[in-house]
Design a binder for this molecule. Structure first.
Ligand code: AMP
Length: 142
């Protein structure tokens, strides 16, 4: 039997909707989230790579000659909000970042960053990896 139940919760200012399509099948949607819109193709972006789980696209405000964002298609607001069950998905994002770094020939080194929470500078509450390359990076980061 097909049931359809929706509930709303507020996570870091974003409205999340979990729609139960069939018993035991969930789809995580977030209608207001700009990265969900990019993942659904509703918002234009310069997509580099895409598969069934993730999308990679160029950052609109580049902080390095190469600055690519890697996001899961599933809406997860922050790293802190990710569950144990999402471990494979998080690993998938890292491996996609590694593959793109190789495709982009970032031979001299690259940096992969996740900002978690407002205090760390997170501004879009859909988990994403920043892949930065093409210049020298200093440590500690600002
Ligand atoms: P963070 O501050 O870690 O949450 O990173 C969010 C990143 O998303 C920033 O580097 C923004 O420049 C980038 N960004 C925001 N909107 C878009 C967009 N529509 N397309 C591409 N990058 C975006």
């Amino acid at each position: 039997m097909r049931t359809r139940v929706a509930f709303f919760d507020m996570v870091e200012g974003t409205t999340n909707v979990t729609v139960f399509m069939k018993r035991g099948t969930k789809k995580h949607l977030s209608p207001d989230c700009i990265f969900c819109k990019i993942a659904r193709g509703e918002l234009k972006s310069q997509i580099i790579k895409e598969d069934d789980q993730a999308v990679a696209f160029r950052d609109i405000n580049s902080q390095a000659p190469t600055h690519i964002l890697i996001i899961p298609k599933k809406h997860i607001p922050t790293l802190a909000a990710a569950s144990q069950q999402e471990g494979d998905l998080l690993g998938h994002l890292l491996l996609m970042a590694r593959q793109i770094a190789s495709d982009e020939k970032l031979e001299s080194g690259y940096r992969v960053v996740i900002n978690n929470g407002v205090g760390a500078g997170q501004s879009v509450f859909h988990i994403h990896l920043h892949l930065l390359g093409g210049r020298v990076f200093t440590w500690p980061p600002g």
